[in-house]
Design a protein around this ligand. Sequence first.
Ligand SMILES: Cc1cc2nc3c(=O)[nH]c(=O)nc-3n(C[C@H](O)[C@H](O)[C@H](O)COP(=O)(O)O)c2cc1C
Length: 347
Amino acid sequence: MKNIFEKYTCPTVGMLKNRIVMSPMTRGFADKDHCCTDLMCNYYARRAKNGVGLILTEGIVINKSGDGYNNVPHIETNKQADSWKETIRSVHKYSSKIVAQLWHCGRISHPDYLDGNAPVSSTDKPADGINRQNNKSYGRPEALTIDGIDKIIDMYVESTNKALKIGFDAVQIHMGHGYLIDQFFDDRVNDRTDAYGGSVENRCRFAIDLISELVNIFGSEKIMIRISPSRYMGEIYEWRDLDKMLEHLIYHFNRVGLKVIDISCANSIYHKTSGLVARKIRDLGWNGVILGGASLSVDEANYEINHSILNLVTWGRYILANPDFVQKVANNENLINMSDEIRNSLY
Ligand SMILES: Cc1cc2nc3c(=O)[nH]c(=O)nc-3n(C[C@H](O)[C@H](O)[C@H](O)COP(=O)(O)O)c2cc1C
């Protein structure tokens, strides 16, 4: 029987000391220049020291025009990129691997975060609701032109280049949770009438073009993606044409040479969301690596591995609240639950 504590060789990041992955989690502790700080370095190093095999960083914004949050890291300038070097070095010292999650918020933003400029999106409709970051309505976005889409692909190339140069083991392109690339996938958001809107093929074009470009330039061993076709947003929220979307995406991700997909459900119930999506993706013949999870028990995680659904299992809030998560689960000890106090501190 396979289990989460055994070594695993991943086509992107290589040998992992176990199958336990820290989910990407935005914390809002970057400095005023959007650089990684010593406190952040200690936070990641502590998880590596305590046994997490693979760390996916919090979302790192690829360019200031893609921000939407307070105090999150960016990777647009050399100074911002270099600020991660010590974190990478520390994580590697403990024989763990670290992948940079690259993030563009699209319309989940506001001019307050964009030097007064409008956010960009697939659409010019603002997102519903209030931005909890500044307690204002989301900003009205400008719909990207085709030239604008090409420029964003260039920003991903630039930021991937910077991330790999300073030593991240790979990058993960955040394509989920309603952010920019998801704003193209989702037909309730994407109202375009050009080659990037309408049909399944058109709504997937941005993501496929982007991954094709990144794999061509950097190699498939450096690129991972995160998608969330079925996730939590007050209730379960799914792509309406889930099966057709997955069929199209998986065919093309295979074709362009992608090897690793992380399926997120935000903080939804895994078995009702990404667990089902992972099974659909396997049924479509995806032989690559799948990461997934959401507060699974060790038995549930091992079940998914032994049934060849997941290869690596992600935990978010438990690893945040329990820096010694790996020892605790190995010894069958109780885990501390996440609280607001824990969320608002970094240790
Ligand atoms: C504080 C916090 C911040 C998060 N930030 C991100 C993020 O930056 N990128 C991302 O893809 N997911 C983010 N997530 C979602 C987590 O990666 C994860 O999918 C979710 O917490 C469910 O897993 P869990 O039940 O193990 O916590 C965040 C979750 C939390 C709790």
